[in-house]
Design a protein around this ligand. Structure first.
Ligand SMILES: Cc1cc2nc3c(=O)[nH]c(=O)nc-3n(C[C@H](O)[C@H](O)[C@H](O)COP(=O)(O)OP(=O)(O)OC[C@H]3O[C@@H](n4cnc5c(N)ncnc54)[C@H](O)[C@@H]3O)c2cc1C
Length: 311
C-alpha cells in the first residue's frame, strides 16, 4: 500500500476546513469505484458536494504539490493494485439534470448518461438514445467523446462548463473541446467538467423509448454485461475492429488469472471473479503483443490506466 506525504496532518486538517470529514476517505479501495472491480487504495478519496468545495480542495492539493484524478463512474478505468498515490476526486454529488430550454438538457458533470437519457425520453427529446447504455457520467463522456451506434458526444454538445487547473470557470463550445475519436483536449489534463449543455430535438416519445430498448437489447446480446469490465478495452484501429483482430489472433478466451478476453466479444476484457489489476494489465499487454505479431497492427488501449504497474 502506498503511504506518503499526502496523509500528513496539515493537508487533512486543511481539507477538513472545506469539506466534511465523512467526505474525506483515506486508503479507499478503488475496486469499489471501478466497473472492472479491481484496483488498490487511493491515498485520499474526496467527495466535494459543490463547486466551491471542489475549487478549495484542488487549491489545497496544488498548494501541497499533490496530484489528483477526477473520477466519474470509473467505467473506463484500470487502477493499479498498488493504488493511487494522490487524491481521487469523486464527482458523485454533481448529479443534477434539468431541462434548460425546450430542446436543451443541462447536466452536472457527475450525472449518469442513463439518467440524462431517461430525462430526454420523458421530455420527448431525441438525439441521446445512442448514449443511454454507456455506463458512465456525462463528465467522463465529455473527456472520452464517448460514442456508440453511430452517435458521439461531439454531435450533441452545445456547451461545456469547465473548472480549469488554475481554478477559473470557463465555457467552451463543442468545437473548443477538440473532440476526436475517444479524445478531447481535457483528457489527461486537470480540468473538471462541471456542467454540460446538450442540444437535442423534439421527437416522438414512443419512438425514442423503442430505440433505447432496441439498443439495450443489442448490447445485452453482443456484450458480456454479466461480468465486470470497462467496455471496449482497445480503440478501434483505422479501418478495422479491435475485437476482430483479437479473435483472428486466436485470443478469444485467453486469460491471465481471472482476467479473460471475453468469449462473447473479444473486444472486451472481463473480470471473471477475482482478477487483480495486474492480471488485467498483463492480459492487455499480451493481447497487444500477440495482435502485433499476428497482423502488424498496434492496438491502443481505450481504457485509462492509473497508477504504477511496474514490477
Ligand atoms: C459495459 C460497458 C460498456 C461500455 N460501452 C461504451 C460505449 O458504447 N461507448 C463508449 O464510448 N464507451 C463505453 N464504455 C466505456 C465508458 O463507459 C465510457 O468511456 C464513459 O464515457 C466513461 O465515463 P465515466 O464517468 O465512467 O468516466 P471514468 O471512467 O470515471 O473516467 C474516464 C476519464 O474521464 C475523466 N473524467 C470523468 N469525469 C470527469 C469530470 N467530471 N471532469 C473531468 N474529467 C472527468 C477521468 O479523469 C478519466 O480521464 C463502456 C464501459 C462499460 C463498462
Amino acid at each position: 500500500m502506498i503511504r506518503k506525504r499526502i496523509l500528513n496532518k496539515e493537508i487533512i486538517s486543511a481539507l477538513e476546513q472545506v469539506i466534511s470529514k465523512e467526505n474525506i476517505l483515506i486508503d479507499e479501495p478503488m475496486s469499489r469505484h471501478t466497473t472492472f472491480k479491481c484496483g488498490g487504495p487511493a491515498s485520499l478519496f474526496l467527495r466535494p458536494s459543490n463547486v466551491a468545495e471542489l475549487r478549495d480542495i484542488i487549491n489545497i492539493l496544488k498548494d501541497n504539490g499533490e496530484k489528483y484524478f477526477v473520477l466519474g463512474n470509473g467505467s473506463n478505468l484500470l487502477v493499479s493494485d498498488k493504488g493511487y498515490d494522490g487524491a481521487i476526486i469523486s464527482m458523485g454529488y454533481f448529479d443534477d439534470i434539468h431541462i434548460e430550454a425546450e430542446t436543451q438538457i443541462c447536466a452536472e458533470g457527475g450525472a449518469m448518461n442513463s439518467a440524462i437519457a431517461a430525462m430526454a425520453r420523458d421530455h420527448s427529446l431525441t438525439g441521446f438514445e445512442f448514449a443511454a447504455g454507456i455506463p458512465g457520467t456525462i463528465g467522463g463522456a465529455m473527456t472520452m467523446n464517448a460514442g456508440a451506434y453511430g452517435g458521439e458526444m461531439k454531435d450533441i454538445v452545445r456547451e461545456v462548463i469547465l473548472l480549469s487547473p488554475e481554478g477559473e470557470i470557463m465555457t467552451y463550445s463543442g468545437d473548443d473541446m477538440e473532440f476526436d475519436y475517444r479524445e478531447s483536449f481535457i483528457k489527461g489534463k486537470e480540468y473538471v467538467v462541471l456542467f454540460v449543455v446538450i442540444e437535442l430535438q423534439k421527437g416522438d416519445k414512443e419512438e425514442i423509448t423503442s430505440k433505447m430498448q432496441e439498443l439495450a437489447l443489442k448490447r445485452k446480446e453482443k456484450q458480456p454485461l454479466e461480468y465486470p469490465s470497462a467496455g471496449s478495452t482497445f480503440k478501434r484501429p483505422e479501418g478495422n475492429f479491435a475485437g476482430k483482430l483479437i479473435e483472428d489472433a486466436g485470443l478469444k478466451g485467453y486469460s491471465v488469472g481471472d482476467a479473460e478476453v471475453s468469449e462473447k466479444h473479444a473486444g472486451f476484457v472481463v473480470n471473471k471473479g477475482n482478477a487483480t489489476a495486474a492480471d488485467v494489465y498483463k492480459l492487455i499487454c499480451d493481447v497487444k503483443e500477440k495482435v502485433l505479431e499476428n497482423c502488424g497492427v498496434t492496438l491502443e488501449p481505450e481504457v485509462i490506466i492509473l497508477g504504477d504497474f511496474g514490477e
